[in-house]
Design a protein around this ligand. Structure first.
Ligand code: FAD
Ligand code: NAG
Ligand code: NAG
Ligand code: NAG
Ligand code: NAG
Ligand code: NAG
Ligand code: NAG
Ligand code: NAG
Length: 547
């Protein structure tokens, strides 16, 4: 582990210590922290609040448990030692209160899961004994078309939400992510970048009210939770502040016809020069246009050698007759022609970007996550264009034989993203950013050594990128959670100061100066740190803060 910065090594070391300490403590006759004990507690609690329980609870004895613990990314479950003692799938908000009571009574941690797409699997795997509150059955979407708002329960997927919108109107839409199986709960509370963010901002920027259950089991709305907590859940990430039950959002209006294209250029077709040039227009061009770039190392059909295929995947909020002159003026080098473009409705563009073009609309209701493989993601923000030799260095990494399943994404910022100050929401990555990078690495073989090989490669690549990424601190997107940035021990004993200092390491990367306000909100709403995971906001005491 010599390549790791010492603070990360220390973080891992501390986490291991707490992990073992915890097991020793549990070893002394804590029989209530098994599945049966928790099942009994939850059954009694639910019955006393008149809920029919049997269909809500899955222990390892139930046959569906095995499918319910599967999430999109297999890596975390393979790395973390604990499987959930049970999975609880409430249909009503008040039923969640029973899980909170039992969790406190038996000292078993709770993990909240909406869509299960956490990059580090923290909604479904843990280092300590835990149970999962899976919110998939809380998925009602209520649209008020006249006032252009919607209440969306957190267990809805983005696909379900978009599908419901499309049933109502061709021109009402929402600005959130492209993968239809991502859950509203985690996605909106961590930001939610969209193909329309340059025009309409993040999902979190459009939240106008929310329902949250706090650690005492009370249900709060915007008025009763107050503006501090309401601020924190709009970009501060899921987990730390309470169970978000539903969000009320402002919908956005889109034209009846939008235009899409997905033009791919290889290195032989000037991909490098095009990417270089794109960086000078990506954040400045008309807000109606968003070109996201996806890059992979592939075998060239003409030369048989490795080449970079860069796909310029674009949404234009308007017709092709307006798009073509705009591209000709701003980005003629791409050589876009009319036959590259397709006009369609906004909902058809949702299918297009999800790589489900021409599939029936109902496919958006499918909640099965994509193929199960081992996955590691990271992120960066870029504020100065990467020079050509820098891009060529990127290609050298991507052509390495063992890592051909790497996909790089450049997502443009600017436009509406710049209209928010850094502190308006916890999401601080606003003006000054040209684009965001997502590093996505897949592999298919199980095993610890195999995983280490890929993770080490990823860390080397990330180290190379430091020259081109934002600095002091190097920023990251909280919805692309990355435990390499640092962890906070789950049981930091009696030392709040240690816990705060550990969390600050990753906290300022995700939240910049907003981190301290998030800690203040956390201290106010959840001082006992009931809602937590390996990378949640810790509460603090005054002495920790004054140093
Ligand atoms: C295939 C794929 C595509 C993606 N595409 C995009 C994209 O286009 N744009 C983008 O911005 N991001 C994207 N993401 C990242 C995504 O936004 C985050 O992974 C997001 O946190 C997932 O939310 P979830 O509810 O599905 O995940 P979960 O794993 O259920 O939750 C994520 C975190 O939030 C907590 N949480 C979940 N629900 C609640 C709740 N109700 N109350 C409090 N805490 C809660 C969980 O405990 C967990 O820590 C993508 C991810 C994947 C895997
Ligand atoms: C699961 O089944 C085993 C064997 O029948 C039993 O001993 C155990 O208590 C059961 N666990 C739960 C949580 O019901
Ligand atoms: C899971 O098994 C328990 C008994 O162990 C049973 O009470 C419960 O109804 C089962 N849950 C489901 C969803 O079938
Ligand atoms: C690549 O760019 C050069 C000039 O920069 C140009 O002459 C050439 O035609 C371009 N090639 C392709 C395939 O677009
Ligand atoms: C975007 O499109 C709208 C509607 O077609 C138009 O009014 C506007 O001028 C365009 N440009 C920008 C920068 O919004
Ligand atoms: C864009 O084209 C690339 C290369 O053919 C393909 O892999 C990718 O799936 C396409 N993306 C979309 C959104 O169609
Ligand atoms: C840690 O912080 C919590 C909440 O602020 C406080 O209740 C607790 O006493 C603190 N513990 C120590 C040892 O300072
Ligand atoms: C708490 O942590 C600080 C620095 O992280 C350390 O100096 C101090 O000794 C610790 N206190 C206790 C009681 O462990």
């Amino acid at each position: 582990m010599a390549y790791l910065p010492s603070n990360i090594t220390l973080g891992i070391f501390l986490v291991l210590i707490f992990f073992f300490t915890n097991h020793i403590i549990l070893g002394f006759g804590a029989s209530s922290t098994d599945s049966a004990g928790f099942l009994e507690c939850l059954t009694v609690e639910l019955q006393s609040s008149n809920s029919a329980t049997s269909h809500l609870i899955y222990t390892p004895n139930n046959s569906s448990y095995a499918t319910l613990i599967q999430v999109e990314n297999q890596r975390p479950a393979a790395t973390f030692p604990e499987k959930p003692l049970l999975i609880f799938t409430p249909f009503y908000e008040h039923e969640i209160r029973s899980a909170i009571h039992c969790s406190k009574k038996l000292g078993v941690e709770i993990r909240l899961r909406s869509g299960g797409h956490d990059y580090e699997g923290l909604s479904s795997a843990s280092q300590v004994p835990f149970m999962v509150v899976d919110l998939r059955n809380l998925r009602t979407v209520t649209i008020a078309a006249d006032e252009k708002t919607a209440w969306v329960q957190v267990g809805a997927t983005l696909g379900q939400f978009y599908h419901t919108l499309a049933q109502k109107s061709r021109t009402l839409a929402f600005t959130a992510g492209v993968c239809p199986t991502v859950g509203v709960g985690g996605h909106f509370s961590g930001g939610g970048y969209s193909m329309m963010s340059r025009k309409h901002g993040l999902a979190a920027d459009n939240i106008v009210d929310a329902r949250v259950m706090n650690a005492d089991g009370r249900i709060l709305n915007r008025r009763s939770m107050g503006e501090d907590l309401f601020w924190a859940i709009r970009g501060g990430g899921g987990t730390s502040f309470g169970v978000v039950l539903a969000f009320k959002v402002n919908l956005v209006t889109v034209p009846e016809t939008v235009t899409v294209f997905n033009v791919t250029r290889t290195s032989e077709q000037n991909a490098t020069q095009l990417l270089h040039r794109w960086q000078y227009i990506a954040d400045k061009i008309d807000d109606n246009l968003s070109t996201r770039i996806f890059m992979k190392s592939v075998t060239s059909p003409t030369t048989g050698k490795r080449t970079i295929a860069a796909s310029f995947t674009t949404l234009y909020l308007g017709g092709v007759q307006d798009l073509l002159p705009l591209m000709k003026e701003q980005f003629p080098e791409l050589g876009l022609v009319e036959k590259d473009c397709t006009e369609m409705s906004w909902i058809e563009s949702v299918l297009f970007f999800a790589r489900l073009h021409n599939k029936p609309l109902d496919i958006l209701l499918d909640t099965t996550p994509p193929t199960r493989q081992f996955y590691k993601g990271k992120s960066d923000f870029v504020q100065e264009p990467i020079p050509v030799d820098g891009l060529q260095g990127i290609w050298r990494f991507m052509h390495e034989e063992d890592e051909l399943n790497m996909e790089l994404q450049f997502s443009p910022y600017g436009g509406k993203m710049n209209s928010f100050s850094e502190s308006e929401t916890p999401f601080p990555h606003r003006s000054g950013n040209i684009f965001m990078i997502e590093y996505g690495l897949y592999w298919y073989l199980p095993g610890k050594e195999e995983a280490e090989k890929h993770l080490n490669w990823m860390r080397r690549f990330y180290a190379y990128m430091a020259t081109y990424a934002s600095k002091s601190p190097r920023q990251a997107y909280t919805n692309y959670r990355d435990l390499d940035l640092g962890m906070t021990s789950l049981h930091s004993g009696n030392n709040n100061s240690t816990s705060y200092e550990q969390a600050r390491v990753w906290g300022v990367k995700y939240f910049a100066n907003n981190f301290d306000r998030l800690v203040r909100v956390k201290t106010m709403v959840d001082p006992t740190n009931f809602f937590r995971n390996e990378q949640s906001i810790p509460p603090y005491v005054a002495s920790a803060y004054s140093s």
